[in-house]
Design a protein around this ligand. Structure first.
Ligand code: HEM
Length: 480
């Protein structure tokens, strides 16, 4: 009896020692030098809950500001089960974005994008998909392929919204985006398949970016199921089209090398994962930023007035010229709108925009950043009063006279930097401008109760509804 008791005492003691050692290692991770200051929080959970606390979307998170005060611009933490370095040092952020390639997605999130995803698999496959995407979403592709569709869809949704008295900005943008991309990617789809594809998205928008488990009944479980359904649906459509010789959308033509009689550049499985990633990223970014932009415009009557003036002028010119659709030149003439978009992207960039996994050890300011950690670079320079006067103010006029097409500089990085600089930046800006154009053709206002929060992604707990009145649409007797 005594022996059994001793045996268990030894086992328990050993386990306690091992656990203590593990906790010690958690708090003091291995490094070949001095780690940046900070705390690793609780085992496994780390500081995820503090990091994910909802905050005002137009201000840097309290988590960040508190840590900056305590530790300075570079500190360590643990989030989503991973070891993380957070930095607001612009030089370091740019350097890491340029010299490190692997995307900083914690393992708990990789499952949404697929382990085999071409964006993450190897440097070569990444380069290849970036080239393909640029053909599709670079200025040339947008001018030739996209502008008409976005214009048509934005106009259509706005008219429907006006008839029923209003629309939800974020949801409508999401619909426009999915309809537009689905058509470009797949070509015309059977209406049922298109409907099913859109329906699958309803499981995605809220809260995929969180620390949780794949258990039946949870949001993650439903999202992974929707992911599978979508992948099957895209695959079925592609195979059917191939078998019947029906035409694909331009996107598939590009990735299957059909544009210039080239060889097939990607397998169907890879193409589907690629498209899926693309849809998820697009849907998680532009709709939120656009809805937040509409809120900023609504709360700043002078900005709204200036926008109404700019778009009234475009409508008048088009009516005179008897032109029906928006052209690239019209888009380029929306100077104030682009100033508004730039300013909104500056002020809504309250998340890290440069995310990498460190591929080599980095020495900085006497600290060592080890290999294999997630690096999150915040563009907090957007809120630096030396670079932007009164940085918390939404002031589109500060962009006057600047080159509005620049998507990256040392003081402006809403779309990241380096080898993973956003591929959809121009597309997103175009979509936002066209949406604002069609919205400004009506008298509109956003519901006063609208609030914009961030919990890593932008959230609108009370929706993002705008009321639109149909009877005040600008004169369009020429059919514009
Ligand atoms: C306002 C809207 C958007 C914002 C603020 C935004 C921002 C970003 C950021 C910060 C990154 C990461 C860059 C890095 O880690 O250095 C990124 C990557 C990416 N974005 Fe966007 N994005 C937006 C819209 C879009 C859209 C509409 C698409 C596609 C249609 C898109 C496609 C991508 C892709 C494919 C990547 C990954 C690039 C790579 O890994 O090579 N984005 N975006």
């Amino acid at each position: 009896m005594v022996e059994v008791y001793e045996f268990w005492t030894i086992i328990v003691s050993l386990s306690v020692v091992k656990l203590c050692h593990w906790i010690y290692k958690w708090i003091n991770p291995n490094s070949n030098g001095k780690l940046p200051p900070g705390s690793m929080g609780f085992p496994i959970i780390g500081e995820t809950f503090e990091f994910m606390k909802p905050h005002d979307a137009f201000q840097l998170p309290t988590f960040l500001t508190k840590k900056l005060l305590r530790h300075g611009p570079i500190f360590r933490t643990s989030l989503f089960g991973a070891k993380v370095i957070i930095s607001t040092d612009i030089g370091l952020n740019m350097e890491i974005a340029k010299t490190n390639h692997a995307p900083g997605t914690p393992k708990s999130l990789v499952r949404f994008f697929g382990e085999n995803n071409l964006f993450v698999r190897s440097k070569e496959s990444h380069k290849h998909v970036r080239n393909l995407t640029t053909q599709f979403l670079g200025s040339q592709g947008l001018r030739l392929r996209m502008i008409q569709d976005i214009d048509f869809l934005a106009r259509k949704h706005m008219e429907v919204g006006a008839k029923s008295g209003g629309l939800d900005t974020k949801e409508t943008t999401s619909k426009i985006l999915i309809e537009c991309l689905a058509k470009k990617v797949m070509g015309d789809m059977e209406p049922e398949a298109a409907e099913e594809l859109t329906r699958c998205w309803t499981y995605f928008p809220r809260g995929w970016f969180r620390f949780s488990w794949n258990i039946p009944g949870t949001g993650v479980y439903r999202m992974l199921k929707a992911r599978k359904q979508m992948m099957n649906l895209i695959k079925e459509t592609v195979l059917k089209k191939r078998a019947s010789g029906e035409e694909f959308g331009e996107f598939f033509k590009i990735i299957f090398g059909e544009t210039e009689g080239g060889a097939e550049t990607m397998s169907i499985e890879n193409a589907i994962e690629y498209i899926f990633t693309f849809f998820v990223i697009a849907n998680e970014t532009t709709p939120g930023v656009l809805a937040a932009t509409v809120k900023l415009i609504n709360d700043n009557p002078k900005v709204k007035q200036e926008l109404q003036r700019e778009h009234a002028q475009i409508v008048r010119d088009k009516t005179e010229k008897k032109e029906a659709d928006l052209t690239w030149e019209d888009y380029k003439s929306m100077t104030f709108t682009q100033m508004v978009i730039n300013e909104s992207l500056r002020i809504t960039s309250t998340v890290p925009t440069m995310l990498r996994i460190t591929e080599h050890e980095i020495q900085v300011s006497g600290y060592t950043i080890p290999v294999g950690w997630i690096f999150m670079g915040f563009p907090s320079v957007h809120f630096n009063p030396e670079k932007y006067e009164d940085p918390l103010a939404f002031n589109p006029w500060r962009w006057k006279g600047k080159d509005l097409s620049v998507i990256l500089s040392r003081t402006y990085m809403p779309f990241g930097a380096g080898s993973r600089l956003c591929l959809g930046a121009e597309f997103a800006k175009l979509q936002m401008a066209i949406f604002i154009h069609h919205l400004c053709r009506y008298r509109w206002s956003m519901k006063t109760e609208t609030t914009v929060l961030r919990r890593f992604i932008l959230m609108f707990p009370r929706g993002s509804d705008v009321q639109i009145s149909e009877d005040t649409e600008m004169d369009n007797s020429a059919g514009y």
